[in-house]
Write a protein that binds this ligand. Structure first.
Ligand code: NAD
Length: 445
């Protein structure tokens, strides 16, 4: 099939490349000319494991190309995939400006029947709006189909090639058949539903996963008070097939380009219908608070933070990506600077993106994990990159001025800390001081 993908970011580029890998002819479009120039010169504007090789193979095979000419791409394609961003407006609603602009341009470019497949995450009713915009520019027949995307950055190619399910929201049999044909090589789990339910499935799924994370983070906070270990609790809970083990890792909260904005957008969608989504509001609030756990633990560990040097490992919102959108590291570093700390930060991939977005020249960006830890009064782990996990604690101890470690992602096992001099505070697990587990004296049996 001939496809045009509008918006060549984390979703559009990965989807476009994967569809070309399946043998389709794909043109990826973006209005950021520098992205297209980079892609045409063999470079990749985002970090995603395996993406560069896959792009190069499919370009060589003549199935994949890049352009900023939307009109040409639309005219030569049967299916148009919309994958532009829908970031948050200041009030939390989804900003539909990019998608509306694209709908206009598609409308003006139509030359025969097309299926417009909307992968961007959009509020209920948006696909109908997109159809109305396109209709106002053309007499050609078309169908707008909601096909929400569920890939995760860091494992995007694996996810796109092995989806748990494909949701197709449409009432058009013609469009459903074409979109099913496109996805059939990927999975048999294809669910056809109405457009509005499809739009809602995406928000409900992300809101549910965010709820699981905030739930386990609150359990972690209680575990700290009662002397339980949240990892043991999560293991015990997760083996119950009704609960499942995924998204039960306690830490410093979720970030990224999806959960924060999609939870806010769903609260707004509900609010516009006079429904107060109390549970989801609490999920968001718990997540916001959870980030400050790192600061509270540092204060407890060091006393004063002023004039202390704090090493930060990890700036991306999760490992294996350079995406820093809504990463917990922003609030944590801002707060440390406000409290008068010197901050030295390192991330294997995301430092440049982070520096561009934080705009605080006082932060020293380091080129190695060692440089960020060297002579620091404490080290905080904010992202669980494999590179950090692989560094032996005995080496970290030698780099630091004092063996103070805040593990915001619970990457170490208790056993690793035994017989070490570390003061080690993690999330939802007993503190360790000089290799000894701190017990809760206020609990008596
Ligand atoms: P992104 O910001 O990485 O990419 C969007 C791209 O669209 C950018 O390259 C931008 O230049 C381009 N663009 C904007 N306006 C354009 C126009 N008029 N013409 C052509 N290109 C244009 O965003 P993303 O992370 O890929 O997310 C895209 C959508 O997918 C969002 O709605 C998001 O919620 C959803 N989504 C994202 C993920 C994820 O993990 N990133 C997962 C599932 C769903």
């Amino acid at each position: 099939m001939r496809l045009a993908v509008i918006g060549s970011g984390y979703v559009g580029l990965v989807s476009g490349v994967c569809f070309s890998e399946l043998g389709n002819e794909v043109i990826c479009v973006d209005n950021a000319n520098e992205k297209i120039e980079l892609l045409n010169s063999g470079e990749v504007p985002i970090y995603e494991k395996g993406l560069k090789e896959l792009i190069s193979n499919n370009v060589k095979a003549g199935r994949l190309s890049f352009t900023s000419d939307l009109t040409d791409a639309v005219r030569s394609s049967q299916i148009i995939i919309i994958a532009v961003g829908t970031p948050s407006l200041p009030n939390g609603e989804a900003n539909l400006a990019y998608i509306e602009q694209v709908a206009q341009e598609i409308g003006k470019s139509m030359n025969d029947y097309k299926v417009i497949m909307v992968k961007s995450t959009v509020p209920v009713g948006t696909n109908e709006k997109i159809a109305a915009i396109i209709r106002s520019y053309t007499n050609n027949l078309f169908d707008v189909v909601s096909v929400p995307e569920f890939l995760r950055e860091g494992t995007a190619i694996i996810d796109a090639m092995n989806p748990d399910r494909i949701i197709i929201g449409t009432t058009s049999l013609r469009a459903a058949n074409l979109v099913m044909e496109l996805h059939r090589p990927l999975t048999d789990q294809i669910i056809i539903t109405d457009v509005r339910s499809s739009e809602m499935i995406k928000y409900a799924s992300n809101a549910f996963l965010a709820t699981k994370i905030s739930f386990i983070n609150e359990i972690a906070n209680i575990c700290e008070k009662v002397g339980a270990d949240v990892q043991e609790v999560a293991k015990g809970m997760g083996t119950d097939s009704r609960i499942g083990s995924s998204f039960l890792k306690a830490g410093i909260g979720y970030g990224g380009s999806c959960f924060p904005k999609d939870t806010q957008a769903l609260i707004q969608i509900a609010g516009q219908m006079d429904y107060d989504f109390k549970l989801l509001k609490a999920v968001v609030e718990v997540n916001r608070e959870q980030r400050y756990n790192v600061i509270r633990k540092l204060e407890e560990m060091l006393g004063e933070i002023e004039d202390k040097t704090i090493g930060i490992w990890g700036l991306a919102f999760k490992p294996e990506t350079d995406d820093v959108r809504d990463a917990p590291a922003f609030e944590i570093i801002e707060t440390l600077l406000k409290l008068g700390a010197q901050v030295k930060a390192y991330d294997p991939i995301a430092s440049r993106n982070f520096e561009k977005n934080l705009n605080r020249p006082e932060v020293k960006y380091c080129t190695s994990a060692m440089e960020a830890a060297e002579n620091a009064d404490a080290l905080c782990i904010l992202t669980e990159w494999r590179e950090f996990i692989d560094i032996p604690l005995s080496i970290i101890q030698n780099w630091l001025k004092a063996p103070n470690l805040i593990d915001g992602r619970n990457i170490y096992r208790k056993e690793d800390l035994e017989e070490t001099p570390f003061a080690y505070y993690s999330i939802g697990r007993p503190k360790m001081n000089n290799g000894v587990k701190e017990t809760n004296s206020f609990i008596s049996f």
